[in-house]
Design a protein around this ligand. Structure first.
Ligand SMILES: [Fe+2]
Length: 218
């Protein structure tokens, strides 16, 4: 069953050629089908849709972009499946943050921001009973860590950050920048690329940023 088609990804169909996207879309589609069929994890899928469609769409996009980068970086088929899962579930913990805070149109209070910053830990708690692989767990736990140690929750630096979390961090930021949010419009791709490029070696792994730039032929 094809839940996801190229039509779902307007910004991505303009950025990448359709042949390149076909396999990642099929892999993410497969993940969603598996989640729907699994009694253990059906709550994830249902919650994403019922709770916050923007988070669901973002999860799909981050999964696609992470897959495209990981494939170019030489990850093999077996790893790509885990990578797709990790990227898809990276923001799962947002289910534990009230939707009115996640999509608040105005500036967040300090307490609200602190609550949002807990979503990697919340995500880990949610997946604990599912017994998923370390790679998947690390994508959830470490995708807000930053290359020079300024991220959260642990302030990890450089190669202390799990390789999959390094890739998801770049995909997550890029997709968030180009996507519309209730509190702001998505920015043009060129501007988002400049922001990610400026974060090379400070916020993000230089290798991963280079990979995104190569992929977007910038
Ligand atoms: Fe996140």
């Amino acid at each position: 069953m094809a839940l996801l088609t190229l039509h779902n990804f307007n910004s991505y169909t303009m950025l990448f050629n359709h042949e390149e996207l076909a396999k990642p879309i099929a892999m993410v589609n497969d993940i969603i089908l598996k989640i729907m069929k699994s009694r253990n994890s059906v709550f994830i899928y249902k919650s994403f849709f019922l709770f916050d469609n923007a988070t669901f769409v973002h999860s799909v996009n981050v999964s696609l972009l992470t897959l495209l980068m990981a494939r170019e970086m030489g990850y093999k088929e077996k790893s790509l499946k885990e990578i797709a899962w990790g990227a898809f579930l990276h923001d799962l913990g947002k289910l534990m943050v009230p939707e009115c805070i996640l999509n608040k149109p105005g500036k967040l209070t300090k307490n609200e921001y602190e609550l949002i910053k807990k979503h990697p830990e919340y995500g880990m708690k949610l997946i604990e009973p599912l017994g998923l692989s370390v790679n998947i767990c690390m994508a959830i736990a470490q995708h807000h860590e930053r290359w020079e140690g300024t991220g959260y929750p642990l302030g990890l630096k450089g190669k202390e950050i799990h390789p999959l979390a390094q890739i998801v961090a770049v995909a997550d930021t890029f997709d968030a920048l180009i996507s519309d949010r209730p509190y702001r419009k998505g920015m043009p791709v060129e501007k988002a690329i400049e922001i990610v490029r400026a974060g090379k070696g400070t916020d993000f792994s230089p290798k991963v940023v280079d990979q995104l730039l190569k992929l977007l032929a910038m």
